[in-house]
Design a binder for this molecule. Structure first.
Ligand code: SAH
Length: 224
C-alpha cells in the first residue's frame, strides 16, 4: 500500500510515522508513506499556496493551482483508489471506513489549512472527504495521521499478534472488554477470578459478556 500525504507542514507529520506500529509497518515494507510539500508545486516566487477569499471575509483560502499541479503529477505516475480531503464536514471516520481504506493500494490524503481549500478542488479532484470528529482543527495533518494510523495498524502483519487488531473495539460491532495484567492484587483491588482460572472457554465467554455490558452502558447505538 502507498499513501501520499499532501501538506504545507510535512515536519508536523514526521513523528507519527517514526514510532511503534506505523514505523514497523513501513520498515517491513507493508506500506509506503510519502510526505509531499505542497509548496514544491507553487509557481509563486514566495512559494505561497493560499490567497484572499473571493467575496471578502476572514482567513485565507488554499489555492487550486498548486493542489491541482501536485495531484496531477502524482496521478501521472500511478492510479489512485481514492483522493481524500480531510475536512470537518466530511464523512465521520469509523472502523468500517478504515477497514475499507486499508484494503486499497494507492491513496492520496490532502491536508487543508487556513479557512479551507478552494471548493473547485473538492468538486473536481477529491473523491472522498473524511472528518475525524465534530470539532475544528488548525490543519488536516493530525487528521491525516489519525486516518493513517487506523488504516495501517490493521494491514495484516503490521501488528505482530495478528488477532490483536481484530479483537479491538468496533471490529465486531462491540466495545472491547476490560483488560488486566500483573499483579493479580494491588491495594486490595483484585483481577476478576475467571481470568486467573486458565479455563479458555470460560474466559472467552466472560470477555464476550463484558463486551456486551460495556457496549450497552457506553454505546447502546452500536447494538442497534
Ligand atoms: N473553515 C473550515 C475549517 C478549516 S480548519 C470550516 O469551518 O469547516 C483547517 C483545515 O483543518 C481544514 O481545511 C481541514 O483540512 C482540517 N480539519 C479541521 N477540522 C477537521 C476535522 N474535524 N477532521 C478532519 N480535518 C479537519
Amino acid at each position: 500500500m502507498r499513501i501520499d500525504i499532501i501538506t504545507v507542514l510535512p515536519q508536523l507529520l514526521e513523528s507519527p510515522f517514526s514510532h511503534s506500529i506505523l514505523k514497523r509497518a513501513i520498515d517491513k515494507g507493508l506500506v509506503e508513506v510519502n510526505l509531499i510539500n505542497l509548496r514544491d508545486y507553487s509557481t509563486h516566487k514566495q512559494k505561497s499556496v493560499d490567497d484572499y477569499p473571493f467575496g471578502g471575509g476572514a482567513g485565507m483560502v488554499m489555492s487550486i493551482e498548486p493542489i491541482s499541479n501536485c495531484i496531477l503529477s502524482l496521478k501521472k505516475e500511478r492510479e489512485y483508489d481514492e483522493v481524500i480531503y480531510t475536512s470537518p464536514d466530511g464523512e465521520v471516520l469509523n472502523q468500517r471506513i478504515s477497514n475499507k481504506l486499508s484494503s486499497l493500494n494507492n491513496l492520496i490524503i490532502l491536508c487543508g489549512h487556513y479557512k479551507g481549500i478552494d471548493q473547485r478542488v473538492r468538486d473536481h479532484l477529491i473523491t472522498k472527504e473524511i472528518s475525524i470528529g465534530d470539532y475544528v482543527l488548525s490543519g488536516g495533518e493530525l487528521a491525516a495521521a489519525v486516518i493513517c494510523d487506523s488504516i495501517i495498524r490493521i494491514i495484516p502483519g503490521a501488528i505482530s499478534d495478528e488477532t490483536s487488531a481484530l479483537t479491538d473495539s468496533f471490529q465486531d460491532g462491540l466495545l472491547a472488554p476490560p483488560v488486566y495484567t500483573r499483579p493479580a492484587e494491588y491495594n486490595g483491588w483484585k483481577v476478576p477470578e475467571v481470568l486467573l482460572s486458565g479455563h479458555f472457554a470460560k474466559i472467552e465467554d466472560w470477555r464476550h459478556e463484558q463486551s456486551i455490558l460495556n457496549t450497552k452502558a457506553r454505546r447502546p447505538d452500536l447494538l442497534k
